[in-house]
Design a protein around this ligand. Sequence first.
Ligand code: ADP
Ligand code: ASP
Ligand code: MG
Length: 405
Amino acid sequence: MALIVQKFGGSSVANAERVLNVAQRVVDIHQQGNQVVVVLSAQGDTTDELIEKAMEINEKPSKREMDMLLSTGEQISISLMSMAIAKLGFQAISLTGYQAGIFTDGTYSNARIEKIDGSRVRSELDAGKIVIVAGFQGMNKNGDITTLGRGGSDTTAVALAAALQADFCEIYTDVDGVYTADPRVVPNARKLRDVSFDEMLELACMGARVLHNRSVELAKKYNVNMVVRSSLNDHEGTLVREVTEMEKMMIKGVAYDKDIARISIIAVRDIPGVAFKIFKLLADVDINVDIILQSIGRGDTKDISFTIARSQLVDAVDLINKNLDYIGAKEVNFTRDVAKVSIVGAGMANHPGVAAAMFEALAEADINIHMISTSEIKISCLVRWDEAEKAVQAIHKRFGLDKEI
Ligand code: ADP
Ligand code: ASP
Ligand code: MG
C-alpha cells in the first residue's frame, strides 16, 4: 500500500463539475489500495477575488487580517471535496492547515513551514479515510492563521509528503507538465520528461509559476518523488528529481517575471560601506533584492540600481527616501516598466557562448537589455515590461527549444 499526496490547483477545482472529476480520480487511486492525502487550492480565481474584496474596504489592510481572509478560499474547496467524495460513497475528512498540524513562522502572507505534526493526518488515514488538507495555510506560534505566499499550495503538498514520508507527491494542474516555456506564451513549447530540482528551482524563482519555488526547495531537501501533470487527462507528466538523464539540452527552459520593479539610488557617495547600508536597511524589513547593478563612479558619486518584487516597491522606496541622508545619496527613482527574462539549464555551465546567444536573440528582436545577472545555471536580463513575451519567444526559438532532442 502506497501513500500518495495529490495536489490540485485552483483551475482543477474551479466548479462543481471539476470538483466531482477530481473526487473520482482520488477515489480511483484510493480504491487501488493506496492511502491518499489531497491538498487543494482555492477554486478558480477565488484568491484574487478575495484580495479585491479587501481592497474595496481598505487599501492597506493588516497582513494578519489578509491571511485570515485569503485562507478561507481553500476551506471552501476542501469541504466541497469532502462532500463530493462522500457522494461517491467513500469516507473523507477535510482539515485546515492547523488541523493538519502545519506550523509556520510568523511572516504573514509569506510564511515558511517550520514543523508538521502529522499525527492527525495519519490517524485519519489509518481509519480508512481520504484526507483533504487546505493548501497555502498554516498557523504561527500565536495560534494565528498564516499563508505561504501566492502559489503556496504546492508547498503544502510537498511538505506533507516529506513529513508523512509519502511514496509520491503528484501536483495536478491545468497543463500537462513543466514545459520549456509557459505554453500560453510560446505555443510550441515542449513538455519536459524530467527536470532536476536545481533547474526547477531556478525556473520557479524566475517566474515559471507552474510550481511554487519553496515546494521545489523542500522536494530537493527531503528528496520527495515529485511529478507535475494535468488533472484533465492521463498524459505522462514531468518528473522533478535529483538527477536527470544525461543532458543533451544545454538550456532547459525560458521563464519570465513581470511582477518586479526597478529602484535606482542616484548620486550615492563613492565610499566603502554604502552598499552595506542600503541592503542592510532592506534586509532588516525582509525586502528581497534581486539583480543589482552599480555604476562606475563619476566624480565622487555613483548610482546603485536593483530589482525587487513589485509588491514591495512602495515600502522599499519609502524606506530609502527616509534614509537618504544616512545612506549619503541624492535621490531615489523607480519604475514598474520592467520584466525579467531568464534562461535556465545545468548544461550551460560548460558551454561558452550561451550568454552571447541570448543577447543575440534579444538584439534581433530589437529588445533593449537594461540589466544582466548570471549564475552557474541561469542568465537573466531586464527588459521593458511590454516586451517580455516577445523576448521569451525570441530566446525560445534561438535555442531551438521547440525541437525534439
Ligand atoms: P495551479 O492553479 O494548478 O497551481 P498555476 O496557474 O499556479 O496552476 O500554474 C500553472 C500555469 O503555469 C500554467 O497554466 C502555465 O500557464 C504556467 N506556466 C508558466 N511557466 C510554465 C512552464 N515552464 N511550464 C508549464 N506551465 C507554465
Ligand atoms: N490560492 C492560493 C493562490 O491563489 C494558493 C495556491 O493556489 O497555491 O495563490
Ligand atoms: Mg500554482
